[in-house]
Every structure is written in structure tokens, then in C-alpha cells.
Design a protein around this ligand. Structure first.
Ligand code: ADP
Length: 708
């Protein structure tokens, strides 16, 4: 202490102020040994410190008075200050903000209660420590610094420099950060940082005011989660979902809707429909619709909306639209659209294919009825409609009973059989009574099965055969008349012919007197013609009987080879006469056949006669064999052969194709008779021939006894 300074005091007053003891001393302060200063010294313990006040007074009375006044002033200002500080502290500490003041270099100067409370620190643990490192997430600060550095192309040191930079021009720097507490607790905060300036306007420190935004962040996260969830849900829906505002801007759109424009939901959100839709007119029409919905406040179902997609294809949508309140004062429109392009296309295809099918059905002159198992007519055609005197539309959808009241039952019985068996029934001939009269129809019934192989439909195709029936009837009558006529004529001719033959034979044999050579020649010619006439009459009578089914067959077991040998004997003189070789090649141990011997002899004789007739040189041979339960016979010659184009006609009555038949007195009935006989036995007859090379006539006979 300076030796020149001396104090001499006497305790004059003490009192309690705001719970603190205030002590006042009045005395003289001697400075530099000369000057005497009357002073009042007061001190009190304030908090942990000592408040010391020295007042100079002129004289004791004055001093005392002054002291009193000052004490009073002091008391007043102290009260005011304390109240103010208490109020400020109360405000600061009870505020729900963390308030931190720092020095210029970022050290914590003061903190209010919430800081400690939030972060779990005692106040004194924080004071003097670097703000950033102590309570910030340093990574966040670094990241933001880097971002800022890129943005502003300015090198900024990580840390507190960021605050310096952002508040440099006196701005308030607001940003969201995370405060990290003592135990690692993290609190999202919105921080406003501003610089504190001293009287000279220089930065004296910073004040950070932080607001806990955990709830806000949570709510935001929840909102984002909700939005994300909603987005996921609407993206799962194949329908197009979108929300537009009144200005045609997409607020929400799902992938299905965005996909139509070849864009993502993100790319479309915020854009106007008219910006992305290629057809301005369509887009405008849709907007007008939307506005009407918004204005009317009523939902609307739009059966077909036409849009053009990104590929330029027309798309048909079926849309439900409704007003959608997107905020307090703005209403947009929510739309849910189903793409029905494919459905419309399918419908169109179905319609076209139905039309095509219908025109095919209508071009068929037969009646066509396509019906279900309940007799309901699904499809019909024009021919049927014409017959019924109505339109196809009047028939389709009706029950068969309504269309054919008289015949439905009979028809259904036949249909039932087809449905039960699953097999088609073709060619049923039935009559129908129509307004125009009776008609004959030939009906094919075809069962149609569904996927499970159950007959679910029957197709009836009925052809009108009334004309044919009438013609057949006429023909039958005609044939009968013809056959009656020919058999009558043949019978009538046969009797006189027999006596002519006998007469000629008697004269020829010389019983009626010797004939000269000329007479004999004439008579030979006459005899040949009479024989031919008689053969012709026999053949005509045979074919008549065979065709009318009036020929009697005596079916017995017979040895075929034996019969061949008999015929061979009879025919050999003829071959000798013609200078032709005649062979048999018979398969031994053939089982007995079951046939009419005389008729089969007739066939063999006929075929051999032909073979000999149409062979000038070479050979004729008969071959027998057993094949697949049949007897197979071949009469092979090396004669003139038959032209391929004539083969089909050979087995018909009165067909002669060679041109040399007259010479041999053929009738053109031999092969027709043979065919009838063989077929009557259940066999087949055919020919293989090469013109100019010879022919092979074949026939088969079943070896088994016929069951009938
Ligand atoms: P036709 O009494 O005239 O012989 P067919 O019915 O027996 O009558 O024979 C019909 C026709 O078939 C004969 O006119 C002949 O043109 C031809 N034809 C039959 N057999 C032979 C054969 N073996 N070679 C060549 N042509 C034959």
C-alpha cells in the first residue's frame, strides 16, 4: 500500500438491504500527506463478492447528508437494478430458448438455464469453453462450412468462422443445427446468431438464441413419413391418382399417372398439366372440367377421357374426379383414372370379330343356331331369320321354344344326346312346319366344350334339302317306273326270244332240211345276235334285281380254289381258241369262304371273259391269296389295258370304254353286275391297269361268315 495514503474511519451506520448487511464508514482519506478528503466508505457482501463504495464529502454534515442521500439513491438504484436483473434473469431463464453469449473468438460467456437443462451441464461447466466444440455437432458445422465454401467460393475455416462470416455485415444468421449434450443427447435446434457490437460499433461477442425444434422435426418427420407412406400406397395402385390445384399444377401424382407421360412423379410434381401434355386442346378441355368440378364442389364420373401419351398414342381413361381441399383457402381436384384403352380395344376387337363372324354366318345358306344347354339361342344367322320372317336380333337371346314352339322338344331331345355323348350327330333329316309350308332340313349337331371339357354349347347347322328331297322323290318314282318298264320289256322279250333261239337251232341243226353254206352263214350271224340279245336281257334283269335288292343269294361255305378250277376248265377252250396262255396261281390251304357259288362263278366268268376278250396275245392268269381275313383274287391279263381317265366309269352300267366291244358282243353290264355281287358279299372290287400293257382286276371276299 502507498505510505502517503492514510485512512481514518469511524463506523457510523449499518443496515440490512435485501438480506445483505451494508456497513458505512465515515472518515478522512489523506492523499499524498496533504489533501484531506472527507469520505464515506460503504461495503456490503453481494453474492460471493464484496461491493465497495467510496463517496467523497465536503464536510461532515454535508457528508453525512450526502451519504444519506447517496445511500438512499443507492438503495433505490440497487433495488431497481436488482429488480431489473431479477426480471431479466427470470425472463431469460424461464424462456424456452437457449441463450448463449460468446466472446469474439467463440468462447461461452453466459448461458441461461435452458442450456444447462437441455444439455445436462452445470452452467459453470460451460463458461469459458469453445461453443462449437462443446455443444455443436462438429460434423454438421463442417458440412455446412464446406457447402458454403463451394457456394461462395470462399475459404472458410471449419468452426466458429462460419458464424463470423454469416454475421459479418450485421445480419442475423439463422440455421438448423443439432446441439449435443453431455451424455451425447442430441437436440435439433433452430439457432439465430447475431453479433454484439460495442459503443465503437465493433464486434464484442455473439449471442446465440436457440429454439428446440425436436417436436417440429418430429412432426416434420412424421409428415414426411406419412407422405412417403401415402406415396408408396398410391404407387402400389395400378390406377392413376393425382391432385392438381386450380392452376392445373400437379401437387401429387403416382407412378402410374406419371408413367403415361414417360416421366417420374418427381418430374411432374409442381408442373402444369398443359406443360407435359402433348395435345393442348385435350389438356385445356380437362382443365375446364377440373374447374367446373372445383366450382360446383361436386364429384364427377367421366366415363371416357381421351388423352395422348408420351408415345403419341391415344389413351382412354375412365375417371372419377372430386374437389380436394389442399389448404384453408385453396381447393384443387383429386382424380382417379383407370386406363381402359385395352378394354376399349378388346371391346372394339370383339365387336369387329363379332361382325365378321356374323357376316360369315349370314353368308351361309343353312340355318345356324348356336345355343347353350338350356336351349337359349346365343347366335343365329340371316338364313334362319329369313325362314322365320324376322331379324337375327329377334332370335338371339330367345329360347328355342319361342322360335320353334312346335319342334323345340324334338330338337332338344336330339341335342341332349349330343350333349351327353359329346359326339357330333351329322345329317339328321327332319321336317319343320313353317309359315311358308313344310320344309325338309338336314341337321348337323356339333357339341362345343368349355375349358373343363364339359359340353356347354351346341351348334346346329341345318341345310334346307326340300328341293333335293323333292327331286329324289321324283327320281325314285322315275327309277321305279323305268325298272318296272325294263323288267316288263325284258320278260316280254325273253319268252319269244327263247322260241326264236330254239327255232334257229332246229333249222341250224338241219332238222328242218339241209342248209346250204350261204344259208348256214346267215343263220350263224342271226344266232350270234339272238344269243347276244338274250345275254343282254339276262344282264338287264340281273342288274335290275341286284339294284332293287331283289336278287336271292344262297350263302354257303365253299372252297374257292375249287370254283376257280371249275371255271378254268370251262374257259380253257376259249383261251386256246384265242391262242392265249391261261394260268392259275392259287394259294393252297385257303379256308372255306362263305358265299353264293353261282354268283361268284358269274363274277369270275365275267372277269375272265373280259380278260380273254381284251387280250390278243400273252396270258391270262388267276391268283388267289389270303390277306387280312379276306380272300384276295386277281385276274391279270397282258391285254390292251385301260386308260386312267376311264377307270372310274368301268363299274357303271352300260359303260364300255375300249371301242372293240361290238366285236365281242359285250353289254356294258358285266362289271356293274360283278360290283353289285361282290359288294353284296361285303367285299371290294377294283382294277389296276396300264394302257397298252394289260389289266389286273381284283376283288376280295371276307372269309368270315357274315353276321347279318
Ligand atoms: P362288256 O360286256 O362291254 O365287256 P363290262 O362291264 O364287262 O362290259 O366291261 C366294261 C368295259 O370295260 C368293257 O367294255 C371294256 O371297255 C372294259 N374292260 C373290261 N375288262 C377289260 C380288260 N380286261 N381289259 C381291257 N378293258 C376291259
Amino acid at each position: 500500500m502507498n505510505a502517503n495514503k492514510k485512512f481514518s474511519f469511524s463506523l457510523t451506520q449499518y443496515f440490512l438491504f435485501a438480506g445483505n448487511l451494508v456497513i458505512l464508514f465515515i472518515g478522512v482519506l489523506v492523499l499524498s500527506g496533504k489533501h484531506l478528503h472527507p469520505v464515506v466508505v460503504g461495503f456490503t457482501l453481494v453474492g460471493t463478492g464484496i461491493l465497495l463504495a467510496v463517496f467523497r464529502v465536503r464536510n461532515a454534515a454535508e457528508a453525512e447528508e450526502g451519504i444519506r442521500n447517496r445511500i438512499f439513491d443507492f438503495q433505490q438504484s440497487e433495488i431497481g437494478l436488482r429488480q431489473k436483473t431479477a426480471l431479466q434473469n427470470a425472463i431469460l431463464n424461464s424462456a424456452n430458448y437457449a441463450i448463449i453469449s460468446t466472446t469474439v473468438d467463440g468462447r461461452i460467456l453466459t448461458v441461461n438455464d435452458p442450456v444447462g437443462r437441455w444439455l445436462g451441464y452445470e452452467k459453470k461447466e460451460l463458461l469459458g469453453r469453445p461453443l462449437i466444440k462443446t455443444i455443436h455437432d462438429i460434423k454438421e458445422i463442417e458440412q455446412e462450412t464446406r457447402r458454403l465454401f463451394r457456394e461462395e467460393k470462399k475459404k472458410i475455416q471449419s468452426g466458429f468462422e462460419l458464424f463470423l462470416a454469416k454475421t459479418a455485415a450485421g445480419q442475423i444468421y439463422e440455421h438448423n443445427w443439432t446441439y449435443v449434450g453431455k451424455e451425447g443427447i442430441r437436440i435439433p435446434v433452430r439457432v439465430s446468431v447475431s453479433a454484439m457490437l460495442n459503443e465503437e460499433g465493433k464486434t464484442a461477442g455473439f449471442v446465440c438464441v436457440a429454439q428446440d425444434i425436436s417436436e417440429q422435426a418430429k412432426a416434420q418427420r412424421a409428415l414426411a413419413d406419412n407422405e412417403e407412406r401415402l406415396r408408396k400406397i398410391i404407387n402400389l395402385v395400378p390406377d392413376m391418382i393425382y391432385v392438381k390445384d386450380r392452376e392445373d399444377r400437379f401437387l401429387l401424382i403416382n407412378d402410374a399417372a406419371a408413367g403415361m407421360y414417360g416421366l417420374t412423379a418427381k418430374e411432374i410434381t409442381g408442373k402444369r398439366h398443359s406443360e407435359i401434355h402433348p395435345d393442348k386442346e385435350q389438356a385445356d378441355k380437362i382443365l375446364q372440367d377440373d374447374i367446373r368440378i372445383i366450382d360446383s364442389g361436386e364429384a364427377k364420373f367421366i366415363p371416357i377421357e381421351i388423352l395422348t401419351d408420351s408415345a403419341g398414342n391415344r389413351r382412354f381413361l375412365q375417371t372419377n374426379k372430386m374437389p380436394f381441399r389442399e389448404s384453408e383457402d385453396s381447393v384443387g381436384v383429386l382424380g382417379v383414372s383407370v386406363d381402359i384403352t385395352e378394354r376399349i380395344q378388346i371391346e372394339e376387337d370383339v365387336r369387329r370379330s363379332r361382325e365378321e363372324t356374323q357376316s360369315i354366318l349370314d353368308s351361309v345358306p343353312s340355318w345356324i343356331i348356336y345355343k347353350d344347354t338350356e336351349n337359349n339361342i346365343i347366335r343365329a344367322n340371316q338364313a334362319l331369320a329369313d325362314a322365320m320372317g324376322c331379324g337375327v336380333g329377334d332370335i338371339e337371346g330367345k329360347n328355342l321354344k319361342e322360335i320353334f314352339p312346335q319342334h323345340a322338344e324334338r330338337m332338344f331331345e336330339a341335342d341332349l344326346e349330343v350333349m351327353r355323348s359329346g359326339r357330333a350327330r351329322l345329317g339328321t333329316i327332319e321336317t319343320y312346319q313353317l309359315a311358308s309350308g313344310e320344309v325338309w332340313m338336314q341337321t348337323d349337331r356339333i357339341p362345343i366344350s368349355d375349358d373343363t371339357d364339359i359340353v356347354s354349347r351346341v351348334l346346329l347347322v341345318s341345310t334346307n334339302i326340300t328341293e333335293r328331297k323333292r327331286a329324289e322323290e321324283k327320281l325314285r318314282e322315275l327309277m321305279e317306273t323305268k325298272s318296272r318298264f325294263t323288267s316288263m320289256v325284258s320278260h316280254e322279250l325273253r319268252t319269244p326270244l327263247t322260241s326264236i333261239r330254239e327255232g334257229i337251232n332246229i333249222v341250224y341243226d338241219g332238222a328242218a332240211g339241209r342248209l346250204n353254206d350261204e344259208q348256214k352263214n346267215f343263220l350263224t350271224m342271226t344266232k350270234r345276235n339272238v344269243d347276244r340279245l338274250s345275254r343282254l336281257i339276262d344282264d338287264i334283269l340281273d342288274i335290275q334285281k341286284l339294284e332293287a335288292g331283289r336278287m336271292d343269294f344262297i350263302m354257303e361255305p365253299n372252297d374257292f380254289n375249287e370254283i376257280v378250277e371249275e371255271v378254268y376248265k370251262t374257259m380253257s377252250p376259249l383261251t386256246e381258241q384265242r391262242g392265249i396262255e391261261f394260268f392259275l396261281a392259287l394259294q393252297r390251304d385257303l379256308p372255306q369262304g362263305f358265299f353264293d357259288k353261282d354268283r361268284i362263278v358269274q363274277v369270275l366268268t365275267n372277269l375272265l371273259n373280259n380278260a380273254i376278250k381284251y387280250t390278243d396275245e400273252g396270258s391270262v392268269r388267276v391268283l388267289t391269296s389270303r390277306e387280312d381275313g379276306n380272300l384276295h383274287v386277281q385276274i391279270r391279263d397282258t391285254g390292251v389295258g385301260i386308260r386312267a381317265e376311264d377307270i372310274d366309269r368301268l363299274f357303271r352300267s352300260f359303260e364300255q370304254v375300249g371301242g372293240r366291244e361290238k366285236r365281242f358282243g359285250g353289254t356294258g353290264l358285266g362289271l356293274a353286275i360283278s360290283k353289285e355281287i361282290i359288294e353284296h358279299h361285303g367285299g371290294k372290287i377294283w382294277v389296276e391297269s396300264e394302257f397298252g400293257q394289260g389289266s389286273s382286276f381284283h376283288f376280295t371276299l371276307p372269309l368270315k361268315r357274315p353276321s347279318g
